[in-house]
Design a protein around this ligand. Sequence first.
Ligand code: 13P
Length: 338
Amino acid sequence: MNTQALIDIANALVADGKGLLAMDESSSTCRKRFVEQGIEDTEEMRRAYRELLITTPRLSDSVSGLILFDETIHQAKKDGTPFVEVIVKAGMIPGIKVDLGAKPLAGHPGETVTEGLDGLRARLQDYHRLGARFAKWRGVINIGDGIPSTASIAVNAHALARYAALCQDVGLVPIVEPEVLMDGAHSLARCSEVTEKVLHAVFAELNIQGVLLEGMLLKPNMVTSGADSAEQADVHAVAAATLDTLLRCVPAAVPGIAFLSGGQSPALASAHLNDMHQGRVLPWALTFSYGRALQQPALNAWNGEAANVAAAQKELEQRAALNRAAVQGRYTAGMEPK
Ligand code: 13P
């Protein structure tokens, strides 16, 4: 393991107030987003959409790295230039989602375990050869009546740590993503309690399995009220609860934390991130690794039409710049496009 190389990549991904663009939707998730929008779902349309995202002018002013899906990392621009080459030339770092999805957990209705550990070392080596320098694995935790169970937290934490150790062995920086879903009517306090339990379990497993904390990043959920809760915590309460929880659980040796957006609107995801950067001294860089909250305005503007590419790219550039402003604590609602 080249420890210094891992540390350098992890730090580069969270430097200068930049964050990550998660564009690693599986083909079935991408289909879902296209269908919602009335966009035809073909491999060529997915390629065209990903080309639009990757070639967005000035994206690298705000984005350090892009998380790709297996199909995408093998694709190229219309002119034949491989996407990986385009990303590197633009000064960004290519990454890859390597888990094979959350599958039903035996004996635990309503809960999942993320699969993909079998044969993972060889797949990671292939991705490294293709140019990826970091990876992502998402464990999913559901809040509900009597859940999450101890079992679902334990198996997902274990898998995340096994994945992270393998990544570091082959020279990829692991992004460790334990996502506590927003789905449900639970309170902010309940989300905080579950997130804390999950993060403690994850860092205990990372420690058992010898993962180098300096050479990884954490991608957690923010601590929010459940999406269906009648009582929605305000921006400041979400920011405060999220920071309190992370400060209790995430060792200072971890160079950076990059949030998922989890279904928050683009503006709210920026506002929350900005509020976390109002003067509290933090031991790690704190940034974004949004999927929907970065892509949605661009996807709406594109709508599957080649004529809309420039307008869609403008939306993505703007959204990324607003999130960089949030990381610098200078985002305001007034900066939102009218
Ligand atoms: P969202 O920001 O849309 O939650 O996606 C981030 C991600 O990578 C989920 O795994």
